[in-house]
Design a protein around this ligand. Structure first.
Ligand SMILES: [Zn+2]
Length: 312
C-alpha cells in the first residue's frame, strides 16, 4: 500500500501565484489515482496565521472542521489529521510571572473532538515558536497521550517565517523529543532537512543546500538516538536532502528504513505542481539501489505502524 503522508486541500496561493489552482478534494483524488497512491494523510491548514499568506482573500475561507467534514466523504482514500496551534487556549491577561511560563492549555477537548471526527494524528504544526517552547512541549505531550503522532514544519533560527524553529544542530528538537518521549514526532521542511549534513550555517536552514554531503549532520544522529523521531521526505526540502548526494541518500534511506515516510506536500491543484518523490523511489527500486523491503516500509508500512488509531 502506498501512502502519501503529507497532503493538503484548500487555497494555499499567495497573491503572486494566482495563476495556479487551489487544491480540491477532487483534484487531490485524481492525483492519487494518476500516481498510483492508495491513500493520503490529509493535514488541514489555516490553524496558524503564519502559514496562510492570503487566507480567504481569493477563495471562500475554510476552517479546519469544514476541511475534515468534506474530506470524510473520501474516507477510503484519506487519512485524517487534526491540527492545533500550541498558543491556543491561553485566554485572559497573564500575571507578570506567567509571561515566560504561560499556563498549560488543556488540549483534551480539541483532541477528543478530532478523535470523534476520525482523526488519527495532528499536523502540520506551523506556529512560529521555538521547538522547545513550553507551549509546544505541553501540546506535543498531550497528543502522545491520545496516541496521535504530530507532524511539524521546521525552520531556521529566529522569528518571522513560519514553522517551529531551531538552531544549527537541532538542540531544541532534541529537548522536545526527550520531554515528550511518548509522542511520535515527525519532522519536515528546510530547517529539518538541511541537518542531514554537518557543519551547516544558520542561513542554510531556510533553503535547499546543494552538493555532496561530506559529513553527516544532527538529523541522522537524532534519528539514531531518539526512537520517537520520524522523517517526512515531502516538499522540495525532503526531496533535495535525499537526492542531492545520491549515494548518501541511498545509505540514509536504507539505514532509516523504519523511520522515513513518503510525503509530497503538493500545494496546488495543477499537474505542473506535482512532486517527484515517488518516482524517485520507484527508480531507486527498479535500479536495485534500494530493496523492495526498504521501498515498502518508506512508502506505506511505516505510516500504518505509527498511526495507532488508524483502522483501514
Ligand atoms: Zn505541508
Amino acid at each position: 500500500m502506498i501512502i502519501d503522508f503529507h497532503a493538503h486541500i484548500g487555497d494555499l496561493r499567495s497573491p503572486e501565484d494566482l495563476k495556479k489552482s487551489p487544491i480540491t478534494l477532487e483534484n487531490l483524488i485524481e492525483r492519487l489515482d494518476d500516481e498510483g497512491i492508495d491513500k493520503a494523510v490529509l493535514l488541514p491548514v489555516n490553524v496558524s496565521p503564519e502559514s496562510c499568506k492570503a487566507h480567504g482573500f481569493f477563495s471562500p475561507p475554510s476552517d479546519i472542521v469544514s476541511q475534515l467534514e468534506a474530506a470524510a466523504r473520501y474516507s477510503e482514500r484519506l487519512i485524517l489529521f487534526g491540527n492545533l496551534d500550541p498558543r491556543m487556549g491561553c485566554l485572559g491577561n497573564l500575571e507578570p510571572h506567567q509571561v515566560d511560563n504561560p499556563p498549560k492549555t488543556d488540549f483534551s477537548p480539541f483532541l477528543k473532538r478530532f478523535k470523534e471526527m476520525g482523526c488519527v494524528g495532528i499536523g502540520e504544526v506551523t506556529a512560529n515558536l521555538p521547538l522547545d517552547d513550553p507551549r509546544v512541549i505541553n501540546m506535543f505531550r498531550q497528543c502522545g497521550e491520545w496516541d496521535m503522532p504530530v507532524l511539524f514544519h521546521c525552520t531556521g533560527p529566529g522569528r518571522g517565517v513560519y514553522g517551529l524553529f531551531d538552531e544549527v544542530g537541532l538542540p531544541r528538537l532534541e529537548k522536545l523529543l526527550k520531554e515528550a518521549p511518548d509522542t511520535t514526532i515527525i519532522g519536515h521542511a528546510p530547517g529539518f532537512w538541511a541537518e542531514i549534513a554537518g557543519d551547516i550555517k544558520p542561513e542554510e536552514k531556510f533553503i535547499y543546500p546543494k552538493g555532496p554531503i561530506e559529513k553527516e549532520g544532527s538529523l541522522p544522529k537524532l534519528l539514531r538516538s531518539c526512537s520517537n523521531l520520524y522523517a517526512d521526505i515531502s516538499a522540495g526540502s525532503g526531496y533535495n536532502a535525499i537526492s542531492r548526494d545520491k549515494t548518501f541518500g541511498i545509505q540514509f534511506l536504507t539505514e532509516f528504513q523504519d523511520k522515513v515516510l513518503l510525503g509530497t506536500d503538493v500545494c496546488y491543484g495543477d499537474k505542473e505542481g506535482r512532486m517527484p518523490h515517488l518516482s524517485y523511489l520507484r527508480n531507486l527500486l527498479s535500479d536495485k539501489l534500494i530493496s523492495r523491503e526498504v521501498f515498502d516500509k518508506i512508502t506505506g508500512e511505516n505510516a500504518l505502524r505509527i498511526l495507532k488509531l488508524y483502522k483501514p
